[in-house]
Design a binder for this molecule. Structure first.
Ligand code: ATP
Ligand code: MG
Length: 593
């Protein structure tokens, strides 16, 4: 597979990893035992995410510990201890009571990454209403669509966002009873509430009511990479998986400073940008600003980040700025880097070693899974280009598909599992705590996710003899060319190795002879210009790496590739534009792409 396995010298791991012996810990793992690491509500009143994340620490020895350090766009800093968070979230929950919001009602937050967002999500969870975070960069229509599907009753937002995006759609949202402005001045239009006034008037004391593990807690919309976003429903029991995966896959230890760069508008920014580190009693960094390589290196160094969780797009942008820039920054505290959201090209794993002396650990999961399912763990050898192995407590498999893409069942109705090194549909055995409990108002769509005893992920993968999973592509993106099934990831990773190439998106283009041919769209690294020679060189480079059957026949350049707000290349859009087809749902498209 091109790259050598990165064999880690276990003796040199700076902190003994939480998952040090994968086979043993995997075979002895049980979700019941994992649940027992959490406290549960006092008096046996159930399991509540916010209690595990905040209150249990705020009433113990960690009360004065820094829970969240918020870095403002302009250099301002807000530090919140666990005790501060407990007090503010109590007030927020009391404020929801005061508004007459009930258990199970939906509270939407559209604010950007500001402290109120974190207080709002955790306060909502305490209150046992359902939190739904939206990207602040969404336009009015995506906001309306999600509030409508999600039956939003409360919207917490800012004056600017309200004016720019919500005011015009407010009449189309009859279920939206309360707008709460984090920077309201009491004189706002449309009867909006002023959050500061609500919090000032609320008590510091709040007792979380009985919370069933199956009570709805979080509503997350998928990224919309393959089509219209779906509203995945998650329950309070998910916290067992948030905690366990934070511990085992991200290797969080009490003294860590953790930075998850994802926005809470995307599931990663909630499961790991809010919940997991707090349940572990770990300090989290939150940056209000957008991606900027210099700023990011500054944060990693100044805040002494030890565990960093980011995404391939960000890593590729940092690669574009150059290894030298990375090396100029001393980052003695950084000990573990992980990535999620898109396939991580082997090139990027290797770049981590060149730039930071640390390989980047890819892991795989989805909005639907609520937490990390497959990961490269700190103590394990890294096979660049592989997503790693299934977490303890998670059974993952590659299922056989027929020509139509249906998972094949055996005589007993069980799905047929492929042997190692065969491509098929990546599937998970249902039953882990953070599994979605449904897509909101889309029961049939949810039921289609299950077949032959498995949850089907919609991704194609391969498992090797050592149990490592290799991403092939999304089922929707796979290309059928002259009898071959080609995964875009393999082609993209090969082209990424050319020095001129910064990013690649690959699609299948209909062809009368081959069925489909492979077409690649690239963006270029600094210092390179598009020319016919470069185009020919890239085509030749692809052929040499991949062979004529798999290599792209056509390669084109773009200034930017269309991406979702969570940074995923939208291949369906590259394809629709190439073929002049309808563009479909664009609600999550990054502006300008
Ligand atoms: P939609 O379901 O609306 O099309 P989406 O699938 O992109 O959007 P998310 O739930 O945010 O929405 O993303 C999960 C998907 O991202 C996975 O199913 C997979 O295709 C991709 N993904 C996540 N992590 C990885 C990874 N490490 N390697 C490869 N692909 C990944
Ligand atoms: Mg998906």
């Amino acid at each position: 597979m091109g790259y050598e396995t990165i064999v880690k010298d276990r003796g040199s791991l700076r902190v003994p990893p939480n998952l040090s012996d994968y086979p043993t810990q995997r075979s002895s793992f049980s979700w019941d035992a994992a649940r027992a690491e959490l406290d549960g509500l006092p008096g046996g009143r159930g399991l509540n995410i916010a209690h595990e994340a905040v209150d249990r620490h705020a009433t113990g020895t960690l009360a004065g510990k820094l829970a969240i350090r918020w870095l403002g766009r302009k250099g301002d800093v807000v530090d919140l201890t666990f005790a501060d968070l407990a007090r503010l979230t109590n007030r927020f929950a009391n404020a929801l009571d005061g508004l007459g919001v009930g258990t199970g009602d939906r509270v939407f937050l559209l604010t950007g990454r500001i402290p109120e967002l974190y207080v709002g999500v955790l306060g909502t969870l305490k209150h046992r209403s359902v939190a739904c975070t939206l990207f602040a960069a969404f336009g009015p229509e995506p906001i309306r669509q999600r509030l409508d599907i999600g039956n939003g009753k409360v919207l917490v937002t800012t004056r600017r966002l309200y004016r720019q995006k919500v005011a015009a759609i407010r009449d189309a949202l009859p279920e939206l009873e309360h707008v709460v402005l984090v920077d309201g001045d009491g004189a706002d239009a449309d009867g909006a509430h002023d959050l500061r006034a609500l919090l000032d008037g609320a008590s510091d004391e709040y007792e979380i009511g009985p919370t069933g593990a199956e009570d709805l807690a979080l509503l997350h919309f998928t990224s919309g990479t393959t089509g219209t976003p779906k509203g995945a429903m998650h329950v309070h029991e998910a916290v067992v998986a948030h905690h366990t995966t934070g511990k085992l896959a991200l290797d969080l230890h009490p003294d860590d400073v953790f930075w998850c760069t994802a926005d809470p508008g995307w599931v990663t920014g909630t499961s790991y940008g809010i919940v997991a580190p707090l349940t572990m009693g770990v300090t989290s960094i939150v940056d209000e600003g957008e991606f900027d390589a210099e700023r990011w290196y500054g944060i990693l160094g100044d805040q002494r980040v030890s565990v960093w969780y980011t995404a391939p797009t960000a890593i590729r942008m940092m690669m574009r700025v150059g290894t030298e820039v990375a090396r100029e920054h001393e980052l003695p505290d950084l000990r573990f880097i992980a990535s999620v959201g898109e396939p991580l090209n082997p090139e990027a794993v290797q770049w981590g070693i060149d730039a930071f002396g640390l390989p980047i650990h890819d892991n795989w999961w989805q909005t639907e899974t609520g937490g990390i399912m497959i990961a490269n763990f700190p103590a394990m050898d890294v096979k660049p280009g592989s997503m790693g192995c299934a977490l303890p407590g998670i059974e993952a498999a590659v299922l056989r598909r027929d020509e139509k893409g249906q998972v094949v069942l055996d005589g007993r109705g069980d799905a047929v599992v492929e042997p190692p090194m065969r491509e098929g549909e990546l599937a998970l055995r249902p039953g882990w705590p953070s599994m979605l409990r449904g897509y909101l108002h889309a029961r049939e769509r949810y039921e289609r996710c299950f077949r032959g005893g498995w949850y089907l992920t919609g991704d194609l993968a391969m498992r090797d003899d050592d149990g490592y999973f290799w991403f092939v592509g999304r089922a929707d993106d796979v290309i059928k060319s002259a009898g071959h099934l080609i995964g875009p990831f393999e082609v993209e990773s090969a082209l990424m190795e050319h020095p001129a190439v910064a990013e690649v998106g690959v699609i299948g283009k209909p062809d009368p002879m081959a069925g489909e041919i492979v077409k690649a769209f690239v963006t270029l690294n600094r210092g390179f210009e598009w020319s016919e020679e470069l185009q020919l060189e890239l085509v030749g480079f692809g052929r040499k790496r991949l062979g004529a059957a798999v290599a792209p026949r056509e390669i084109d350049v773009r200034d930017e590739l269309p991406k979702t707000r969570s940074g995923k290349i939208m291949r369906r859009l590259l394809r629709a534009r190439e073929l002049g087809l309808p563009e479909g749902d664009l609600s999550t498209l990054e502006s300008g792409a």
